[in-house]
Design a protein around this ligand. Sequence first.
Ligand code: MN
Length: 590
Amino acid sequence: MDVDAGHGAALGRALPTAPLTQRLRSFLSFQGNDDDPVTTLTRTHRAIHPSADAGILRRSYAVAENMHRGQFRKSGDPYITHPLAVAQICAELGMDTTTLVAALLHDTVEDTSYTLETLHGDFGPEVTHLVDGVTKFDKAFYGKVAEAETIRKMIIAAGKDVRVLVIKLADRLHNMRTLDARSPASRARIATATLDVLVPLCDRLGIQALKRDLDDVVLYHLEPESYARIDEHVKNRPGWDEYLGAVSVEAQRALRRLRVSADVKPRPRHYYSIWKDTVAGGHAVPFDLPRLAVVVDGPETDCYAALGAIHGQWRPVAGRFKDFIASPKNNLYRSLHTTVTGPDGRLVEVLIRTVSMHRCAEYGVATGYRYPKFDSETGTDQLTWLKRVLDWEQDTTDAGQFLDSLRCDLAEAQITVFAKGRTFELPAGSTPVDLAYELSPDKGDQTLAATINGRLAPLSSQLRDGDVVEIFTETDGRVEVEPGIAPRGPRKEWLGFVKSTQAQMQINRYFAEENSPGISIADKVRLGRATIGLTLRKHDRGLASEVPLRRLAEELGYPDLETMLVAVTERNLEPDQVVEQLIALVDHPD
Ligand code: MN
């Protein structure tokens, strides 16, 4: 069963359709009336945050409209329709006014003559940080790695303020919805890229309300025929609504008998989720079971009482019960899932959760913005994950490698294995070596053998959910090792099968240290480069090519770049000084 909730959130689908000139005229002459282009945005925002300041929305819209004037989307629409739609998506998510202002201005710095400095003067540091976080690195300047560097920059900015990612996701959602004007090849390329990183990021941040819409628009572009077939299926199923209505009423009655107060509603799956189950099950027609959500108005324990009521009413299907309250998913999703044989022998899926679990399931990191008074640790926990991503990011100098690690960390499939009486979450496809490095870097380095469920297994064996694993090392005294003969440390070929970022990094680090004992010139060069990389990141910047570094070395009178990097390592040159000059060089190339 899937975690998603029903489709139909319809985020940002209500775009103003009046021609721009007409809307502008009314904007200038009748501020605040229904033709005002920011009316819908303001109304949506105020419905969730009644005391929000609409003036600042109007002001940022005016600046954005003015800067983008004369620019058009590939569809022929005036450019301003895009930032307005992105702000609308953010508003429907329940984001705060600052996010909406930044959303309206999100493309000004990248695509117009408006600078970060002016933005800072006009709207302050918070909005500037958000806009800068979603501003792409210049392709002409950064070359092929611009995309990877841009993602890294965005993740770093999101580590300080997660609203950067919310704007980026809303931006991509609207761009995906307006891809029809593009060629099929570029539609497929953009949809695939979205599926690659942004959808998993959205999932990890727990913003299901946004992820459903992203999922569906990706399916629409990548599998248009499947999308059409599912659309047809969803729109034509006689008796479906009546059946779900009747089951809801019966469920409500069963809950009341056990004195559980709860809201019971049909919870339709979104198209992508139907498609996934259809493909996974090898079904010829769209596979979609009726589904209910039971949101209990009470403490966590009421969820189990509700489960008892549902299972007392209809026979549960064996093997379909999942307790994500006791064991939350890696994005902290919590709920009980079960499938029962409902009236007329039809299978019905049931999700059971509390009000606060329901809110977190829908909005994830955005929950605290939508419900400012809502007391929850969820948001902070999801940010802990982001901080962890940034921790290992510090160890990666290459943006492409960073992106690979991020992808791996975001991999949707996770398995749980048991070792030393504890549970460990690993990426699907992990091996005993991945587990060993998860236990500790030393343990990883010294791994000799492993048993899976009590039987000796090759170190490259792929672990499965629920496996019990034991790791044997050189130093635990349980393996006979002939002194002086046993090769110490990890093997290079492990890199061919390990799955986790942790294991890859540790093995690479081991061999890097192994190959250059002591501090050589090469080490000093590498250290200098890493120091500059770290210092740049403190300024939320990154470098994709060495061109600006080489130019700076030349300007500072060093014979070559390597000599300058050695000077940084030996502290003959202050890294802050280098970075300041580097930024000046990149921002003002002339
Ligand atoms: Mn944009």
